[in-house]
Design a protein around this ligand. Structure first.
Ligand code: FNR
Length: 196
């Protein structure tokens, strides 16, 4: 089987985002097993149907990156018990069909979700809203296990970086489960394609 590609989408644009640090920790866990990259999308404009066709260059680029990934791992912050506006904007662009022949690039794509927040909910509420959205778009969501990190300030080292004390084993478990989840999907597709 070819090396699996996982694309992380972080719902925070903040330079020192804990969710970005969480994505980097997941990358470190999986680096020897898969190609793991983080999608950069700061340059994607606000959705406006007036500029939808032809798609802006940044939109074309992110669509290609999503299309070539075997799985998408969302790392979401929680803003007012919801996921962030920048993530919704990105998903709105990704949700649009590319042409009469092609579905949107998220269709059927395996997805995992994790998140860290300052508060008690640990992004659980944001994650549930995100599941509603990406299920509507027919992503193939791995609902269990999910990683929810409340009170993230309690898991920082002395430099204020995410040290992931208690949560590390859960992240490791989710990372391995997601690779298995993707591999099963690929094997099923190959079986169907070969007619066996
Ligand atoms: C927050 N934060 C927050 N935290 C939480 O646990 N529940 C919430 O509903 C909210 N709401 C919220 C709204 C807005 C507009 C902001 C900017 C922040 C705090 C949030 O968890 C904290 O800023 C995280 O550090 C954001 O994630 P990143 O940027 O570190 O990945």
């Amino acid at each position: 089987m070819k090396r699996i590609k996982i694309l992380a989408i972080v719902g925070s644009l903040r330079k020192d985002s804990y969710n970005r640090q969480l994505a980097l920790a997941a990358k470190k866990i999986l680096d020897n097993r898969v190609d793991f990259s983080i999608l950069e999308y700061q340059d994607v404009p606000l959705m406006n149907e007036d500029i939808e066709f032809p798609a802006p260059e940044a939109v074309r680029r992110v669509r290609e990156e999503v299309k070539s990934a075997d799985g998408i791992w969302f790392f979401t912050p929680e803003y007012n018990h919801f996921f962030s506006g920048v993530l919704k904007n990105l998903i709105d662009w990704l949700s649009r069909p590319i042409s009469d022949e092609e579905q949107n690039v998220l269709w059927g794509k395996p997805a995992a979700i994790s998140g860290a927040s300052l508060g008690m909910s640990g992004t659980g509420l944001a994650q549930d809203h995100l599941v509603t959205l990406i299920s509507f778009l027919n992503m193939d969501v791995m609902n269990v296990p999910r990683v929810v990190i409340p009170n993230v300030m309690e898991q920082l080292d002395s430099d204020g970086r995410l040290a992931l004390k208690e949560s590390y084993p859960f992240l490791e478990e989710q990372a391995n489960a997601f690779v298995d989840f993707i591999e099963k999907r690929i094997m099923c597709r190959e079986k169907v394609a070969s007619g066996n």
